[in-house]
Design a protein around this ligand. Sequence first.
Ligand code: DON
Length: 560
Amino acid sequence: MKKLLSLLFIAILFANCTKEDKVVGLITDKAMVVSARVEASQIGSDILKKGGNAYDAMIATQLGLAVVYPVAGNIGGGGFMVFRHHDGKSGALDFREKAPLSSDKDMYLDEKGEVIPGKSSFGVHSSGVPGSVAGIVEVYEKYGSLPFKDLVQPAIDLARNGFKVTKKQANSLNGTLSRFKKANNYQILFDREWKEGDLLQQEELAQTLERIRDNGRDGFYKGKTADLIVDYQKELGGIITHQDLEKYKAIWRKPIVFDYKGYKITSMTMPASGGICLAQILKSVEPYDFSKIDHNSTKYIQLLTEAERRSYADRAHYLGDMDFVNVPIDSLIAPKYISERMLDFSWDKATKSSDVSHGKVLGYESDETTHYSIIDQFGNAVSVTTTLNTGYGSKVLVKGAGFFLNNEMDDFSAKPGVPNVYGLLGSTANAIAPEKRMLSSMTPTIVEKDGKLKMVVGTPGGSTIITSVLQNILNVVEYDMGMQESVNKARFHHQWMPDNIRMEPNGFDSITKANLKTLGYELLERNSLIIGRVDAILVLPNGKLEGGADPRGDDAAVGF
Ligand code: DON
């Protein structure tokens, strides 16, 4: 009896332990914003509290991030928004940067036709024409409800009054100092040693935001801000002109919508590859019964890897801005095509990427983008991924205007067969042309079930964005995880070339890794390697919201 009691005690203890181990994110009744920084999430949530909708909060959060998270939050970059209106209507906005009018497909090649290292990814030559301000104004004109100035003011105040630099942020800034110096011809505000708790005030940025508050898109694409951009471009030998700025337009697009085992998934379409690749990979794995495949087991990693390999090979070959090239979207996501692509998949042995297609690859650079997810008290949902491309973009801080310009030109294929900073290959479909938008991996996504909103999800991470979103969808849909639990789980990634599986260190057990190696997979684990920073919201069965804010960054959920 004593023995039985003690066994019972152990069982109860274990049950409690596992319950405690299951991390749960912030739970709120009605509304939530999850973003890379608590200050930005708070700004967005405050707008919702004032009676604003998710679109109002999108504008305020985007601008808040431009202030408090300059590594990726931006007005000098671009991004994508996928939304689902409370009535079920969905849509997408493309505010991706575009190539300047005087750009050229060979602009990053030397006389011998070789790619000039770093030219497309660093300094004044690497910037596309920014889209973020056109994006927020477009969102406002279509769906905004509070006065525009009220949506911009919190970011102005934050820029002027300042905020405390976090430890991660201080490290990130300090790690970029030499490149700040190299990219600019004056000492920029960020060019000093930082420590945790320092106050960062950005008066010039506050004034730029005031011009946007007072003049909307003209506060950025015309007048003083435009003059400051163009003057500094001229000083540094860049090519963005007044005409480039005036001609920039954000474009409403029809999102990619598909079914996965009864879940309706809505994701971004071209020039973001995210939706197409997500559809291809999910459709490739849909026939499999995940109740027989343990999460993050050898079989799980194998199956996803093989689907990812095939999809990224297609990405490299077929995808580019559809306003310029023909992309066979319907054929690429047709069930028959996808099942044929998976025919040569075997549980017994890794497929070699060189048998799927060819390519030569380089390594990776550190990267930064940011994603935020919002659900409002009216039931509207927005999923936004926005970026300068790599951390602090081109590192060029517009003189007198206080914001970084992107280095998004590197997302084009500078030369077919030569990889970009993410190791991604591209074909002529993604070659540079004036006013063309560079191919993106961004994957802002919304999941529905039985006509009801289920999840809002997205992440930064360059080429790993698609596979991080994929894993979080599978975590929730196939493995019944909560949102925070899902976001915390270790992630892995394969992108066809280079032919290896990138894995978060310490996230996978040694037997699984040994099995994968035996099957012929090459594994890449680096000490500091993290994959994505997923910020997501899950609608729980009782209608409450659970936030998933990625602990890999300073991300935070705020709501009510
Ligand atoms: O659009 C893209 O695919 C890239 N410019 C995204 C960059 C990114 O995610 C960097 N993040 N960590």
